[in-house]
Design a protein around this ligand. Structure first.
Ligand code: KIV
Length: 281
């Protein structure tokens, strides 16, 4: 038997937990993006603190005109894929419309399925004061919850469209109260979407938990965007709050155009893409 010590293995990457998210927010803004697939998660993982498997996938991936038709099964399939791709980022999966609003027990049953079948760290759900009891119920039973207040896409019809929230004093006061209710209920952080900048700043200053903004304020403790928006891969509608860091949609169309021309002209496949002809055999 060898007396050699076993070779030292490289330390496995440690996944960030909800405590790390809060600690990081104290030092620098939290970097968050959406991810729906394993390859995208792999590309984003080392750059992000938090990856959200958002139900925006209904619009971005499935072509629905809202998030309302997204099912629990879709969220579980994409959540599991993202977990296979990301080793370091804290992965949170959205609970889709209709899977949690009925009762805290319904929310627990479905959130537990998401946690067990994906291996994610926690779930996100939309709603402020109206969802506080549900958030507290989940947190008390070991399920970390990321809140989501302000513009809530699952309430698009109630909001009268995807419009900025908090323009009137009443609306702003309600959103601040919602954010405080989510914090009080035990959420580890909250998303704040689509509000006026002064309100975004006010909410970020009022809450002790991290506030992750999207179309909110630079004063938030972190920022999140839909990855396909910043890559220029989702052309249907680009909200004002998106900054495009790449125009990959044009690159994809150009690659498809060149491929089509090569196939039609019999330039693809060539000798080096075939086996048994040419000098490489
Ligand atoms: O569904 C989603 O992707 C989201 C983010 C935009 C915050 O909720």
């Amino acid at each position: 038997m060898s007396t050699e010590p076993p070779a030292r293995r490289a330390d496995p990457v440690k996944r960030l937990g909800i405590r790390d998210i809060a600690a990081r927010a104290a030092a620098a803004p939290i970097v968050a993006l959406t991810a729906y697939t394993a390859p995208m998660a792999r590309m984003l993982d080392s750059h992000c603190d938090l990856l959200l498997v958002g139900d925006s996938l209904g619009m971005v991936v499935y072509g629905f005109d809202s998030t309302l038709a997204v099912t629990l099964e879709m969220m579980i399939a994409h959540g599991a894929a993202v977990m296979r791709g990301a080793a370091r980022a804290c992965v949170i999966v959205d609970l889709p419309f209709g899977s949690y609003q009925e009762s805290p027990a319904q929310a627990f049953r479905n959130a537990a399925r998401v946690m067990a079948e994906t291996g994610c760290t926690g779930v996100k759900l939309e709603g402020g004061a109206a969802m506080a009891e549900t958030i507290a119920f989940l947190v008390a039973r070991g399920i970390p919850v990321l809140g989501h207040v302000g513009l809530m896409p699952q309430s698009v019809h109630g909001h009268g469209g995807f419009r900025t929230q908090g323009r009137s004093a009443d609306e702003a006061a309600r959103i601040l109260a919602d954010a405080l209710a989510v914090e009080q209920a035990g959420a580890f952080a909250t998303v704040l979407e689509g509000v006026t900048e002064p309100l975004g700043r006010q909410v970020a200053e009022a809450l002790a938990i991290p506030v992750i903004g999207i179309g909110a304020s630079p004063a938030c403790d972190g920022q999140i965007l839909v990855t396909e928006d910043l890559l220029g891969l989702f052309g249907t509608f680009t909200p004002r709050f998106v900054r495009r860091y790449a125009e990959l949609g044009g690159a994809v169309a150009k690659a498809a155009e060149e491929y089509a021309a090569d196939v039609r002209a019999r330039r693809f496949p060539g000798a080096k893409e075939c086996v048994g002809i040419g000098k490489d055999g």
